[in-house]
Design a protein around this ligand. Sequence first.
Ligand code: ZN
Ligand code: ZN
Ligand code: ZN
Ligand code: ZN
Ligand code: ZN
Ligand code: ZN
Ligand code: ZN
Ligand code: ZN
Length: 440
Amino acid sequence: MLELLLAHLRDKSAERVAARRALAEQELAAELGRLDRYFESILKEQTDPEAVGTVTALAERRRTEEIRRSQVKAVVHPLQLIEADVLIQRAEWRLESAPPRRHHATFSAQRPLGSAGAAPWSMACPQCGRPPALLVICRHDHCACEACSHRCSVCAEDFCADHGIAQCRVDAQAACDEHVRVCPSCRLEHCTAHEGLCTEGDGHPACSACLAPCGNCGRVVCNRHAEQSHAAAPKGSRRLCAACLKYCEGGTKEPVGVDEVAQCASCGKSVCTAHQAVCAVDGQAHCAPHLRRTDKSQRLVCARHRAGCAHEPGALFAVDEVGTCPICARGACESHRAACEHCGRRVCTADLSVESRRCATCAQLAAVSDLPQAVVAAALAATGSGPKPSRRWRMARDRSHLVVELDLGWRQTAVVTLRRGDNVPDGVVKHSPLRLKRRK
Ligand SMILES: [Zn+2]
Ligand SMILES: [Zn+2]
Ligand SMILES: [Zn+2]
Ligand SMILES: [Zn+2]
Ligand SMILES: [Zn+2]
Ligand SMILES: [Zn+2]
Ligand SMILES: [Zn+2]
Ligand SMILES: [Zn+2]
């Protein structure tokens, strides 16, 4: 009859224990899942191997802690169930921590009182349920066993697992809840002794492991507010604060330092020194794709400073390598221009006679007698002659000049080129059979 009753009780409690165990396992699985997701999201943000190691170790520790806690719960409950109908003696102690710590806690224990006398006291840590070798009073006035307690590395107060952290993310030392902070950059917990200030915006605290100076301005910023410049950047990969970070618009929009970029003189965009080149004419930095190499001199020129020679279609020149022919007004390079031996102007080879070495305008000089007074005055002033009228005047005109030839007497002539419109002299060449011709 007794055996039957016991067997029934055992069956009944086994069922309940199994149910509780199943519930505990379910809760454990949910908690582990939450932990895994949390650390996974943090791991994703870590780039250097050291940080990945720190976070992985932290995740492993939290998992072990959680598994241990849930195991304990499964062991305690069957004991209570089996002893449910036994007379129990319960005792309570008031504990006080030694000065200078002034914290209090109550600890209770119980023992069954059977016909054979009192059984040993059953003592359990209120945190983990294991028999405590030592009791530690938490700064929040309750106690826990040594394994469930820590001493804060900042204030040296004792605390239980619920009121602080076992390890600061920086030095792995314990910190009580008053001295624990969560870093907004790495989202891990650290103690107040390892807290610093990120200077971005109005500033915010962060753990010291996440803080480092900007590689350009030296301002201390957290990992979340810093960006690494590209390895191919002119000064290599550097940690940069938001103010010192630029994107090279002349390259692949790669992050580079503000000290590595210039404004393109062609398009106005920021371009790093690796993706820019200097125009040989304006001396300014441009995005490399805006520049072309000239065909003969191989100089780099931007779109604004390119020119062509009318006698070499397709060949690329810099604007300072090409001159405008005063007769046809077309551009010609140095090798397609030459000076007229009569008027001294540099004209294009198409407008210069090979035999006479004279330009097309000088070949058309014709005698005139009714020159405008302004032209006569300008020509005389240019040659330095007196106001006496010259014996013989010849003249021709082209797109840019009025070419005037005047007889200076003693078989000397002067050729004056006056700019069309304002009669300003552009050049004077004196010809004499005795002396070499001279250009002024
Ligand atoms: Zn506590
Ligand atoms: Zn941090
Ligand atoms: Zn710390
Ligand atoms: Zn920051
Ligand atoms: Zn670039
Ligand atoms: Zn550009
Ligand atoms: Zn020409
Ligand atoms: Zn000429």
